[in-house]
Design a protein around this ligand. Structure first.
Ligand SMILES: Cc1cc2nc3c(=O)[nH]c(=O)nc-3n(C[C@H](O)[C@H](O)[C@H](O)COP(=O)(O)OP(=O)(O)OC[C@H]3O[C@@H](n4cnc5c(N)ncnc54)[C@H](O)[C@@H]3O)c2cc1C
Length: 463
């Protein structure tokens, strides 16, 4: 196998999706003070969907988005683009945490997914949406057994799926590692950066005002207004939504519930027609493997393979920043696993390597909070499945600040927060212990005492 470190060293340390020369010009930062009906902090998918829905539902509303860097430059333009209807990081995670509401959550998730695709079309957003199946491959006996059990649970709840044997799994794509597979219909793959940029354009077309390079440093409220302060200005708003996800700022409350975990990604060069034929994959499904620590992978419009996941890293005290984004060991591990999965692609090179922060909660799904007499709402923590769920989170946040008791704002997932993470040094210790327990479970198929304890108290940790 070509030396993974040479392959990684040759890849450009940049996000493929935003490195294609068509990024919009950043908006000017906020200088001075002004007022708004609604101020949104953070211009990722959550913030942009909140702005778009607020303006679409109520065209007269004065909506301002304050973004610390450039809209979409957080997790929203760095992800795999798997757009899954689930609001709960998959059916099984939802069933574990919200058994009484799981069917409502599934229905709301499907509705949100359909509405999202409808909005993408209505606002003519060119996000390269592909409706495909999702396929999770078992690559060990332990994973095969787990998939059989999962299939039984899915059948018991009437959730559509197909369990495939090795021959059928290999017909989807060819890898010597595939022993079987579990497929689910009805996801989409999107081009995440172009989705974020399209949303941004749509917000502006409806009269929303966006300020890039405007990090919010302080939020204070009096009885009349909420003051949202940046380094060079302030917005005095009637209502505020904080949509900073993994950054979990500027509210201390969010940091108790959301931790940033860095997820790493490699992008290959475009495959030739011959290489594509060697891999199969003519259905262009969204693929993953079935371990606790898993890879996710997909094709791009120009036949590259995006290959990410597996080695998610938490940094001390919710550490974030450029230094967390180029972790050579993680990229080399991904490169090695790539060629173990597709040895027939030996010689293929990686064009890009990057990482991004995943906001994670102890239940692997979004959590919500309100402050200042429900005039401010915050939301985040979709874990690795926020492309579609962020639109739902935005809608719920709007209901919360508008005092609307809707079906979605009344569900337990919204009303009850997950267990908070402990402060450091226990936070790092708990996350490290959980990660190694999950890796051990992947290896042995056995659930150790730490994971059993977490199961009992309704907590988990994943990418
Ligand atoms: C590598 C990777 C792969 C992923 N793959 C998938 C996938 O395939 N499918 C899927 O469903 N999900 C995936 N996710 C998760 C998904 O990308 C996120 O859940 C989703 O983008 C969250 O959107 P957001 O708007 O809440 O957060 P973000 O996009 O992170 O936006 C938060 C924004 O807030 C801004 N901000 C932070 N602090 C401040 C402040 N003080 N003031 C103003 N602005 C601030 C940030 O700059 C950022 O732009 C992945 C994530 C990563 C990192």
């Amino acid at each position: 196998m070509t030396d993974p470190s040479a392959l990684v060293a040759a890849a450009k340390p940049a996000v493929f999706w935003t490195d294609r020369g068509d990024a919009p010009t950043p908006a000017a930062p906020l200088h001075g003070s002004s007022s708004a009906d609604l101020c949104i902090v953070g211009g990722g998918f959550t913030g942009l969907w909140a702005a778009l829905q607020a303006l679409d539902d109520n065209p007269g509303r004065r909506v301002v988005v304050l973004e610390a860097a450039v809209c979409g430059s957080g997790a929203s333009s760095r992800n795999g683009g798997f757009c899954d209807p689930s609001l709960t990081h998959g059916f099984l995670n939802g069933l574990m945490h919200w058994p009484d509401e799981i069917h409502t959550l599934e229905r709301l998730g499907r509705q949100n997914f359909n509405d999202m695709l409808e909005s993408i079309e209505r606002f003519a957003i060119q996000a390269d949406v592909q409706r495909v199946d999702e396929v999770s491959f078992a690559t060990s006996e332990t994973q095969l057994q787990r998939q059989r059990e999962e299939a039984e649970t899915l059948s018991a709840h009437g959730v559509e799926h197909t369990l495939l044997d090795q021959v059928a799994a290999q017909a989807i794509a060819r890898s010597p590692t595939y022993l079987g597979a579990l497929t689910s219909p009805g996801i989409a793959l999107v081009d995440p950066a172009r989705l974020a940029w399209g949303l941004r354009r749509a917000v502006q077309s409806l009269g929303g005002v966006i300020y890039d390079q405007s990090r919010v440093t302080q939020i204070d409220a009096d009885e009349e207004r909420i003051r949202v302060g940046t380094e060079h200005g302030a917005i005095h708003a009637q209502r505020v939504i904080v949509a900073t996800n993994a950054w979990a700022e500027p509210l201390r409350q969010m940091r108790r519930y959301i931790v940033p975990v860095y997820d790493h990604v490699l992008m290959t060069e475009p495959l030739s027609a011959e290489q594509m034929a060697d891999v199969g994959w003519s259905g262009r499904e969204g693929l993953a493997d079935a371990g606790n620590q898993f890879h996710y992978y997909r094709l791009t419009a120009d036949d590259r393979i995006l290959w990410g996941g597996y080695d998610a890293n938490y940094h001390w005290n919710n550490g974030m920043g450029a230094e967390c984004e180029q972790r050579t060991e993680s990229h080399e591990l991904l490169a090695r696993h790539f060629f173990e999965t597709f040895p027939q692609l030996e010689g293929l090179r990686f064009s890009h390597r990057w990482a991004g922060p995943i906001g994670t909660t102890s239940k692997f799904a979004a959590t919500f909070g309100t402050m200042h007499g429900e005039r401010l709402a915050w939301v985040g923590g979709y874990t690795g499945l926020g492309v579609a769920a962020s639109r739902f989170g935005a809608g719920v946040a709007l209901d919360l600040i508008d005092g609307l008791a809707t079906e979605r704002s009344m569900i337990e997932m919204v009303r009850r927060r997950p267990m908070p993470f402990p402060p450091e040094p226990l936070r790092s210790l708990a996350i490290r212990t959980t990660r190694s327990a999950l890796a051990k479970q992947d290896e042995t198929g056995k659930t150790g005492p730490w994971l059993k304890l977490l199961d009992r108290i309704g907590v988990g940790f994943d990418s």
